[in-house]
Design a protein around this ligand. Structure first.
Ligand code: GLP
Length: 235
């Protein structure tokens, strides 16, 4: 799964060396990032003209906090490839003014010229970025309150659930849908149910990832376990 995802990301960088990649955190893309690092070290990939915009960041965490998504990206990808750090963007978790943080990040995405390829993972409740189940699909960057299930799932990276920030800044569903191409990676049996719902069920903001059914160019890369329930459903 990671190898396939890395190949799709690499193909984008080779086809358009000054492309804009939308990137994701979480454990699922880590293997793909490791492969990109290897190819860059071997001289197969050149990131010197690539720009990146990340999906989300915890509100209240500074970039040097080792639980922040900025720190995660630096550790898991940026420090291993020849990208210019000033070309990498993550919402500013340290900005207390939510309105400003969201407006600033929408401007960053716009100034980057739009996303060529957006990488996504999926949460157990169907969230993409940190867009939690809701009554509507968000448009631009917003400040969200994390669902209990998300806090539970993400507490493994913190010393306790209490340490997990309750709020986050996330790229909007509208911005995600504007990407030219989308690559979503999913692994594990624990994601089987939500994968079946998101891709085989109705499109609803109650399952934010289901909106991807309306995107013209989505590639789902998943392992067998994650696909097991979708296959069973026959849709
Ligand atoms: C977090 C991130 C999402 C990610 C999700 C799944 O909530 N905000 O962008 O897709 O986790 O993470 P994992 O890949 O670890 O299951």
């Amino acid at each position: 799964m990671s190898r396939k995802a890395a190949e799709i990301l690499a193909a984008q960088v080779i086809a358009k060396p000054d492309c804009v990649l939308g990137l994701a955190t979480g454990s699922t893309p880590v293997g793909a990032y490791q492969q990109l690092i290897r190819w860059c070290r071997e001289g197969i990939l050149d990131f010197s003209h690539v720009k990146t915009v990340n999906l989300d960041e915890y509100k209240g965490l500074k970039p040097d906090n080792d639980q922040s998504y900025r720190y995660f990206m630096n550790q898991n990808l940026f420090s291993g490839i020849n990208i210019r750090l000033e070309n990498t963007h993550v919402p500013d978790g340290a900005e207390e003014d939510s309105g400003k943080a969201c407006r600033d990040y929408d401007r960053v995405i716009e100034e980057a010229g739009g996303v060529d390829l957006q990488l996504l993972g999926i949460g157990h409740d169907g969230h993409i970025g940190f867009n939690e189940p809701s009554e509507y699909f968000s448009k631009g960057t917003s400040c969200v309150t994390l669902a209990e299930r998300t806090i539970e799932a993400n507490k493994r990276f913190f010393s306790s659930a209490d340490e997990v920030p309750r709020r986050a800044y996330t790229m909007g569903i509208g911005s995600i849908m504007k990407a030219e191409k989308i690559l979503i990676v999913v692994s594990g049996e624990d994601k089987a149910e939500i994968t079946a719902k998101a891709f085989g069920g109705p499109v609803t903001p109650e399952v934010p990832a289901s909106i991807l059914q309306f995107h013209p160019d989505v590639t789902l890369v998943a392992d067998k376990a994650a696909l097991s329930k979708w296959k069973e459903s026959g849709r």
